[in-house]
Structure formats: structure tokens, C-alpha cells
Write a protein that binds this ligand. Sequence first.
Ligand code: URA
Length: 247
Amino acid sequence: MVSSDSGKSRGMRLDAYLARAGLASRREARGLIRRGAVQVDGDVCRDSARRIDGERVVVEDQAVESPEAVRDFILHKPVGASCSRDDREAPLVFDLLSGTLSRRSLLIAGRLDRATSGLLILTTDGDLVHRLTHPGRKLPKRYRIEFEGELAASAVERCREGLLLTGEDRPTRPAELEIAAAGQATLILREGRNRQVRRMIRLLGGEVVSLHRDRIGALDLPADLEPGELRPLERDERALLVSDRSL
Ligand code: URA
């Protein structure tokens, strides 16, 4: 196996190996390693920098699938599908996967609520999830909104300054609201709180009637991907996704 993190030595660091295999973020992987939860070829290994090059890695008695099997997918989430893993919440976005893809190994990088459509990334790579969702990275995500009601005249400015959402003690990060026409707006967020767009619009006097995410980082939802369609993420798309190039 060729190293993906330095290219100089053979194999891949153990913490990167676990993250790439979708087990955890790299930091969480280091925690598992420190705790003695990780074995390499039958021996507990507490060294995150240990290079893995074909050895058998086991975490808490579960063999870890080689990160070479890592896969990323792009999905046009349709309205109505839930990002939950709980079958009682069906229909689930995981129901859109073909039988060969294990839903257990796939993580959702930045969920959308059931009534929201748009760009969703599914991956086995815990590092990618971290890069797309960690608030410290401030990765922009763009939402197209249709709303009812009248937004406050100061709405754009208030979004830029941050809003204190009901039940929270920290204002939202600066967000860019653009009102395109009556009842239509776009909002660019750099964090992902629960139902954040809907709650922000409500606080500003409107009610979201339709919500669609069409961009993450510098990656647009491809125009040819129909609602409910999923395909592997291409390498250049992955690069755009994690780009923090300003929108
Ligand atoms: N904000 C929402 O209100 N819902 C989403 O799904 C994403 C952002």
C-alpha cells in the first residue's frame, strides 16, 4: 500500500488508517489508540505513528476494513428521506443505496432534515466528515430558500452579525443572506446547527416552505444528478468540496 499522508514511507500512519477506514476522526482515532483499543497483527499498539502496510488492524475486537476500500458518494437528497439510521424513521437516505453498499460503514457528512433536499455527501472516510462538518473549518454551505412572510428590514445585517437562536447561548456565526425576490433567498452558513436555516428565517419573521442545499465548499450539486440519485464522488469534486475558497 502506498502512503497517502506523506508519500515518503511505506504504508499509512495508524491514526490516518483508522480515520480513512471511517472509524473515527483522526483525533478520535488517536484516543482509541492511546486507550489500548487497537491491535495490529494481534498486539495492542499505542503508537499513532505506527505505519500500516498490510497488517491486520482490529479495534475493540472488530477487524477494520482496509481504507483502500474507502469510498465517497454524492447524493441528491430528495425531500422526504431521513438522514437517520433508524428504520422506524423510514424512508431513509440509506434506502437509496444499492445492496452492495453497507450502510453501517457509510457516514453522512453534514445532515439535512427530512424536508430539505440537495447536496449530501456519504463517505467511509471519518477524516472527510471532520473536514466538512467541524465548525472550526468554517466551510461554507449554501442554501436556497423559499419562504412565506416578510423578513425584517435588518435581516441581512442581523445574519452577518449573528442571531441568538431560541434555546441557545451562543449567537450563530456570521452568515450571508441574500434576498433574491419576494419569498426567495439564499443563505450561506459556515456551521451546521440543528434546522439552522429554518430557525434563522423564523427569527427574522419568515417561515421556510422549501429548502435546498446546492453547494458545499466550492462544489455545486451537479445539474444532472436527479433527486434520489447517487454516484461516486470524483477526485476533482472531492477537492472542490473541501475547498474553503469563498463563495
Ligand atoms: N438548515 C435547516 O433548517 N435544515 C437543514 O437540513 C439544513 C440546514
